[in-house]
Ligand binder design. Structure first.
Ligand code: WT7
Length: 665
């Protein structure tokens, strides 16, 4: 492409545009901006007819729906509500008798490099058998089941098996602590937990089952009657008689046949916890029909999936990306996908490149944070540089979870994509269910660092506090003005918080507030996400609430009197967590401060998980407050960044503590 720059210096040039390469345009479902615009127009002219058409074309319904969208209970929108379907049947049974039946569904590579392959037929049998095992434990439609699993075939099978029975799964990322797991088990009211004895990451064996035991012992989990344990490794694990069963025990004698249970389209397929502005994580509830439609549709639209593709999304099933683009989307679309258990740096930082080469991956979908750390590793050690691997199987790259800086975009484009592969910078959220603003590989001219334009039917806009649309070039809050099928349905157990968080009255009560700031480019109207506008941080693509970390810190009651947490920009992780702490004893310095900082980090890891550990901890005798006692967070953000204080500090009650907070441990 003549627009492809030939030197890295051009990184500094703004507004470079990369038109779709011919191989991405040829045969594309959406092969031009005109074709994109046609869909946008169709959706705008008659949204109900548009979504109804797509829902009928893309999903198999056991009972057809008669009404597309019910807005009568807005913002509790309902989609395809009187229709019935089963998500697992749509991902598996549906392919039987088609060429997909004997196609590879999953290529699994374990941490230590062992490869397992399963066809769609084999996967269906695995899911049916596991669903029968769940059924034998009394698990049925409407029950909630928590998964605390390693990445692997078993996790996907367990999710699909829950869906097959109409049981609602809630996957908790295997890096969360016992406390975080217990909170989620209690809030969701789980009747069973599915876990593994251990997980393997980077050659290390890490406990899962022991953490489940610890969580269940914390109380409030009395509804949990069953714990199913996948024996991932040969190591021994503690068994609670009468409650715990191994997968092998649970599967003994079960039938290969398990008819999928039809559920209403609005039936909750899953609840996934994510961080918000308060200390308590939100249980984001997704509905079966609309969610599955979106997972399937975006495989076709955003990835323009072709039958011969080998798709690889590196996300863990503990996050929404692993739900939509590992557990559901690729299967609903009949793709062959690679599933990886391990970490990108084991046995060395060439692991991803070697896997792309070995498995001839054609679509590679990962997070900017992984790209940035692999750039660093490649620059430090030529042996793991991607140029040493054969990556010619790739035809499309994707980025997700945080803004991708143009430098990382260019490196990804050049060294991974061979200047040949479009990069889809997909903006979305746990709440949106799937991509909402993203380039289309066969149509959209790309601009590094921009997620470009909304998908057809997504009425995204940038507005001010009162809901007025901002002109291009002026920043504001990102909203979606019309409902879409895969939108969050409610916050489990907290419909009031759902309304308050996402549909504020100032915007009319039915406009979705994403929680991100954004700006549209003056020339093309392309969206660029500028970051969260609420108290949510994005650290290595992981979403974390500042209040959540503050609550964890102050729960160390023997030590901490007060804590405030802010984010600061970080080249590698996007944002870094900075905690300002007032102790119940004299302000520590030197070695004592270092030791206490370590104690606090370990505490946060126990309360939430290692991903929530503050990078910097600063101790003060107090926090900077206004006379009315409000913590001056803007000031804290400046201090965290190491900036000179330019803010007006005249209202500051206690200006002398600013000097104390300059030191980070
Ligand atoms: C937040 C949502 C998207 C699924 C994984 C994360 C940020 C996400 C992008 C992007 C800039 C992005 C936003 C969003 N984000 N994708 N392409 N460009 N920012 O889901 O944990 O719910 O986090 O991630 O801030 O609000 P999540």
């Amino acid at each position: 492409m003549n627009a492809v720059p030939s030197s890295i210096e051009s990184v500094l040039v703004e507004n470079r545009v990369f038109p779709p390469p011919p191989q991405a345009v040829q045969g594309a479902r959406i092969g031009s901006m005109a074709a994109y615009q046609q869909l946008v127009d169709e959706a705008r002219a008659d949204p109900d007819a548009f979504w109804a058409r797509l829902a009928r074309e893309n999903l198999a319904w056991t009972k057809p729906f008669s009404k597309t969208l019910d807005e009568s209970k807005a913002p509790f929108f309902e989609w395809f509500a009187d229709g019935e379907l089963n998500a697992s049947a749509n991902c598996l049974d549906r392919h039987m008798g088609t060429p997909v039946e004997h196609k590879t569904a999953i290529v699994f590579e374990s941490d230590d490099g062992k490869v397992t392959r399963l066809t769609y037929r084999e996967l269906l049998t695995r899911v049916a058998r596991f669903a029968n095992a769940l059924k034998a434990q009394g698990i049925q439609k409407g029950d909630r089941v928590v998964l605390y699993m390693p990445m692997g075939i078993e996790g996907v099978v367990a999710m699909q098996a829950c869906a097959r029975l109409g049981a609602t799964h809630s996957v908790v990322f295997g890096g969360f602590s016992a406390k975080a797991l217990q909170e989620r088990i209690v809030d969701v009211g789980a009747v069973a937990v599915i876990t593994a004895n251990f997980q393997m990451r980077g050659g290390k064996e890490l406990p899962l089952k022991a953490i489940v035991d610890e969580a269940l012992a914390m109380g409030g989990c009395e509804a949990v009657k069953t714990v199913l344990v996948y024996e991932r490794t040969a190591s021994a694990w503690p068994r609670v008689e009468g409650r715990d069963k191994t997968f092998a025990e649970a599967l003994q004698g079960v039938s290969d046949d398990c008819p999928p249970v039809p559920v209403g389209a609005e039936h909750p397929l899953f609840i996934l916890y994510t961080s918000g502005s308060t200390g308590k994580p939100k249980g984001v509830q997704h509905a079966t029909g609309g969610y599955l439609l979106w997972a399937k549709l975006t495989m076709d639209w955003t990835f323009d999936l072709r039958p011969e593709d080998v798709f690889w999304c590196t996300a863990d099933i503990g996050w929404i990306t692993g739900h939509s683009y590992v557990a559901y989307g690729p299967l609903a679309a009949g793709a062959t996908q690679l599933v990886f258990e391990g970490v990108p740096t084991f046995p060395d930082a060439g692991r991803f490149w070697k896997m792309i080469q070995d498995h001839k991956v054609s679509i590679f979908y990962t997070a900017p944070t992984a790209i940035r750390s692999l750039i660093k590793a490649a620059e430090a050690d030529g042996k793991v540089h991607p140029d040493r691997y054969d990556l010619t199987s790739l035809r499309l790259l994707g980025s997700v979870g945080e803004p991708i800086n143009p430098e990382a975009w260019m490196w990804f484009h050049r060294h991974i994509g061979g200047e040949r592969c479009p990069i889809v910078d997909t903006f979305w959220q746990t709440e949106t269910g799937g991509h909402v603003i993203t380039p289309l590989p066969g149509a959209t001219p790309l601009v590094p660092g921009s997620c470009t334009l909304p998908l057809p039917g997504i009425d995204a806009a940038i507005v001010d506090e009162t809901g007025n649309e901002m002109p291009n070039g002026a920043g504001g809050m990102l909203v979606i003005r019309r409902p879409w099928p895969s939108m969050i349905r409610t916050i489990w157990n907290d419909p009031e918080r759902f309304k308050k968080s996402y549909f504020p009255p100032e915007l009319g009560g039915s406009v979705y507030l994403a929680g991100d700031g954004a700006v549209r480019s003056a020339d093309r109207g392309y969206f660029r996400i500028t970051g969260r506008i609420d108290d949510v941080l994005n650290v290595s693509g992981h979403r974390m609430g500042t209040m959540e970390i503050e609550s964890a810190l102050v729960s160390k009651t023997d030590l901490v009197a007060e804590a405030a947490v802010v984010g600061r920009p970080d080249d590698m992780t996007g944002e870094a967590i900075c905690a300002f702490v007032v102790l119940k004893r004299a302000r520590p310095t030197g070695d004592e401060a270092k030791a206490i900082a370590k104690e606090l980090r370990d505490w946060v890891a126990r309360e939430i998980g290692p991903i929530a550990k503050p990078r910097d901890i600063r101790f003060g005798e107090n926090l900077p407050k206004t006379r009315s006692g409000k913590i001056m967070r803007r000031l804290l953000r400046s201090i965290a960044k190491g900036e000179a204080i330019t803010q007006d500090t005249s209202t500051l009650e206690n200006p002398q503590i600013l000097a104390q907070l300059g030191e980070a441990y």
